[in-house]
Structures are given as structure tokens and as C-alpha cells.
Ligand binder design. Structure first.
Ligand code: SAM
Length: 225
């Protein structure tokens, strides 16, 4: 849970330089009204995704974990006119809300939502030769984070960027990940992904801790060599 002061600073930064507009605010509100969990990236993080898409000159983006499409809207705004996003979502209800949000944002033409378990969708994308993707944003079931990094490697090219969210988890990334609960599984998946990012010779990676509306967490960035 975010401390009040961290939250206030995120609000200040959002008001001062991030500039979340009505379309994005409406997407968040529609997601909440649809009963979706409030686990989308914060506005400053969303803007970072947009900037990363712009800075890498991305044209093709792969997102794993759509929810209501909040991060998808930010990413889509960082793409050129002919840019495209494929975003993977397990829950049909989430995909439906995301589709509506993307339509309201005027971005539905750039985004294709693939409903189903991402580990089923990703091999299909490979078979369809949908890649190579210039940027991959991994933000779904954390237990599969290492698998998603492996898939990202298959679906990218030298110079592509891989972004992995929620890698610090309030510090619990340091825990052993023993146990049968979801958080233990998320820790194991995340540690596995970080180890892969650090050891695979095809990748150059870092991770940055963050404090803010999403509490104490962080993201990893990796460049495909
Ligand atoms: N990226 C979104 C944003 O910032 O607006 C937030 C994504 S949310 C943290 C994670 C999403 O991943 C949820 O909508 C969840 O239903 C979805 N998910 C969970 N398991 C999945 C799987 N196996 N394949 C695809 N999506 C999955």
C-alpha cells in the first residue's frame, strides 16, 4: 500500500508534467466501474512507456497483460501512424473493457487484443510471424515472468526493448519464494526472470526501484543485443 506522501508526489508529478488527459482518466474510471482490479500502471509510469516507445522508434509493440487497456493507451500514443500493438489478456471481461476504452481513445485501429493465456497466444504469434516486436511490455501473471522473457527473446530483434513490471514487490523479491500462495509464485517467477535478464548473453539489463502511487516496486529494462 502506498504511503500518503508518495501518492501526493505522484499526483503532483502527474499534474505538473505527465498530463493525464480525460481519455486516460475515463479509461481508469470505466475499468473501475466494470469491476476490474485497480492494478494498472500509474500515470507517470504510463508516460514512461509512451516515451520509451517514442525513444526506441517502436512500430510494433507486444504487451502481455492488458487489463482495461490503460498502459496500452499510453503505449499506443507513443507509436507512429502505422504502429501496432498486440496485447494478450486472459480474462474476456478485461479484454471487453479494454476494447471499449481503446475505441473511446480512438486507438482501436492500432491495437489487437488476443484473449487467452499468453503462453498459448505467444506460440501462435511466432507461427504467424507477427514479430519481430520493437518493444515488449510484460505485466501479467508474474509466475510466468521468466517464460515471458524467453518468449520475448524469440519475438524480438537486436535493439528491441523488453520492459518487465513489478520486479521489487515491496522488497519481497529478496524472499525465498517458498510456499504455495500466489505471492510466493510471483516471487519465484520474478526472480527467475531477473536471473535470466542478468545472465542471458543476448540481453543487457537493469532494474530501477520506484516509490509512488503503486507503493514500493520497480521495473526492469533490457535491451536485446
Ligand atoms: N498492463 C496493464 C495496465 O497497466 O493497464 C495492467 C495489467 S494487470 C497488472 C495484469 C493482467 O494480466 C490482468 O488483466 C490479468 O487478467 C492478466 N493475466 C493474468 N494471467 C494471464 C495470462 N496467463 N495470460 C494473459 N493475461 C493474463
Amino acid at each position: 500500500v502506498a504511503e500518503e506522501r508518495w501518492l501526493e508526489v505522484d499526483r503532483f508529478l502527474t499534474g505538473t508534467l505527465v498530463g493525464e488527459d480525460g481519455v486516460l482518466a475515463q479509461a481508469r474510471e470505466a475499468s473501475a466501474a466494470g469491476g476490474l482490479p485497480h492494478i494498472e500502471v500509474s500515470a507517470p509510469q504510463g508516460k514512461l512507456l509512451m516515451l520509451l516507445a517514442q525513444l526506441t522508434g517502436a512500430r510494433k509493440v507486444l504487451e502481455i497483460g492488458t487489463l482495461g487497456g490503460y498502459s496500452t493507451i499510453w503505449l499506443a500514443r507513443g507509436l507512429p501512424e502505422d504502429g501496432e500493438i498486440i496485447t494478450c489478456e486472459y480474462e474476456p471481461k478485461h479484454a471487453e473493457v479494454a476494447q471499449q476504452n481503446l475505441e473511446r481513445a480512438g486507438l482501436a485501429g492500432k491495437v489487437s487484443i488476443r484473449v487467452g493465456a499468453a503462453l498459448d497466444t505467444l506460440p501462435r504469434l511466432e507461427a504467424e510471424e507477427a514479430g519481430p516486436f520493437d518493444l515488449v511490455f510484460i505485466d501479467a501473471d508474474k509466475v510466468n515472468n521468466a517464460n515471458y522473457v524467453q518468449w520475448a527473446l524469440k519475438l524480438t530483434r537486436p535493439g528491441s526493448l523488453i520492459v518487465l513490471d513489478n520486479v521489487v514487490r515491496g522488497g519481497s523479491v529478496l524472499d525465498s519464494g517458498e510456499g504455495n500462495d500466489d505471492e510466493a509464485a510471483a516471487i519465484r517467477g520474478t526472480r527467475g526472470a531477473l536471473e535470466l535478464l542478468g545472465s542471458d548473453e543476448r540481453l543487457e539489463a537493469t532494474a530501477v526501484q520506484t516509490l509512488g502511487a503503486k507503493g514500493w516496486d520497480g521495473f526492469a529494462l533490457a535491451r536485446v543485443k
